[in-house]
Design a protein around this ligand. Structure first.
Ligand code: ZN
Length: 222
């Protein structure tokens, strides 16, 4: 079992949420299954991603709004946070060692900082049963969402994979369990610099307990 589940034990039910399978709650937007969006944040703005149906991963990738060569760094985030986990209070660092955002709310405590976003190659390599068929992916969805901001595909590195349950056993072998989210579980970041955030509803069936579902989101402006 992922040690994050005991480091950040859950208490009670997720917050009440009025969204349904058909529509998000009032004031929220919806990322359709296997798609993505880009969200611009100014310092102090808060972005919440919410899992409306449960067991769904959402990949986040941050770039500096003023200079997209400055990007989210999972390496610096684990290094400076001294942890492979992020949760409330964690800072999200850039490749230039600046704080891009801080986690300010989290009802789950299980997120991944180790894996790159799922891509066509992911499906070619890890889903041989698909026979190389074209498949939607977080990487392609992040590329599409961030392209209007001048972000080249090669700038997109390891993502913050919200609600993704990845852990290693004593021999270093990787395990991916279904996301532990229940409907209404959420994760909120507050920007510390002007950023553009790519957000997906992950496309990889095996990371989402067999079914890819939507992600809802909203921004509270500072
Ligand atoms: Zn994905």
């Amino acid at each position: 079992m992922n040690p994050a589940r005991t480091r950040f034990p859950r208490h009670g039910a997720p917050p009440a949420y009025a969204g349904t399978e058909d529509a998000p709650a009032l004031g929220w937007s919806r990322i359709a299954p296997q798609s993505g969006v880009a969200v611009e944040l100014s310092p102090g703005d808060r972005l919440t991603v919410l899992d409306p149906l449960g067991e769904q991963v959402s990949d986040l990738y941050l770039v500096a709004a003023g200079d997209v060569a400055e990007v989210f760094s999972s390496g610096r985030t684990t290094d400076f946070g001294n942890s492979v986990y992020v949760s409330t209070g964690s800072q999200l660092w850039s490749n230039r060692s600046r704080v891009m955002a801080e986690v300010v709310d989290d009802t789950v405590g299980v997120h991944d900082l180790s894996l790159t976003p799922c891509s066509q190659a992911t499906f070619d390599v890890l889903y041989p049963e698909l026979g190389g068929a074209a498949h939607p992916s977080c990487f392609a969805n992040l590329c599409d969402a961030l392209a209007p901001f001048g972000v080249e595909p090669d700038r997109i590195g390891t993502t913050l994979n919200v609600f993704m349950d990845v852990w290693t056993d004593g021999r270093g072998e990787l395990h991916i369990d279904p996301p532990p989210t229940r409907p209404g579980d959420l994760f909120t970041i507050e920007a510390r610099m002007p950023v553009v955030v790519g957000v997906t509803a992950c496309s990889a069936e095996k990371s989402n307990n067999g079914r890819c579902t939507p992600i809802d989101w909203r921004v509270e402006r500072a």
